[in-house]
Write a protein that binds this ligand. Sequence first.
Ligand code: SAM
Length: 278
Amino acid sequence: MDAGPVSAPVPPGSVHRITSLTNPQVKAIRTLGQRKGRRATGTFLAEGLKLVRDGLEAGWAIESFVYSHTVADQDAVTDAALAARKAGAQILEVTDPIMEKIARRDNPQMVVGVFIQKLHALDTLLSVPDGLWLCLEGIRDPGNLGTILRTAEAAGIDGVVLVGETTDPFGLEAVRASMGSLFHVRLARIDRATFLDARPRWPGRIIGTHLSGKTDYRGVSKARPLTLLMGNEQSGLDDALAETCDELVIIPMRGRADSLNLAVATGIVLFDAALAEA
Ligand SMILES: C[S@@+](CC[C@H](N)C(=O)[O-])C[C@H]1O[C@@H](n2cnc3c(N)ncnc32)[C@H](O)[C@@H]1O
């Protein structure tokens, strides 16, 4: 009878064991908790075995695979370490106190991966024929961004464009909230001026969502190519960007709330567009 796959140990000599909190590699990984450290290195942290496996399976380049020595003999960890090694990662076995310093404090993970950030050029992102895209202007809340990436991936989006000053999509909280979808969504980041420059050659229509929109979102054409544009959590959509939209739509609200949470509003209009008959 087939006993199923037997995990091979990570070959001896390929694991670096680290016990000192002052080890330079540990210090370097800890800087990835800050935007400055991520910007300087072009890398980011994915915490937890599931997220690391998602990144590996999606083919993202990995620099380091780090695990706590207490989980060293777990098959799932060994398998992931082998896959990471094949993908070119260095394998680091660390003590629990080191892992606690690297990973989040509220729920320390036993495995983390250091991945290389990946962003696409705007023109590459928009080159998909009859695409459906989402633009997020000035999104500030990392939890909202992660939730939106997860929702966008579930809706089958062709790409998400971050416009202007936004929260970092590679920050710990955004990565965590995306539940691995970050690895499956094509992302671009541009400033407002680039958006306005690109507008004349932007494929298809752009529908902006706005509290002073005159049209119910359900009543507009969802024909592709199509882009949905969402505004900032506090100030809404920038006037210059709103003026470039083919249409400004509103999600009618029956209660007394003056607006919906950005991630919720995005989920409503995005799924409506994604599920519309072609
Ligand atoms: C929290 S709202 C911004 C509220 C802001 N005070 C304003 O005046 O726009 C964040 C974004 O979610 C979208 N949004 C939220 N509720 C909406 C609604 N009822 N209709 C259309 N868009 C909405 C818009 O893109 C908006 O810019």
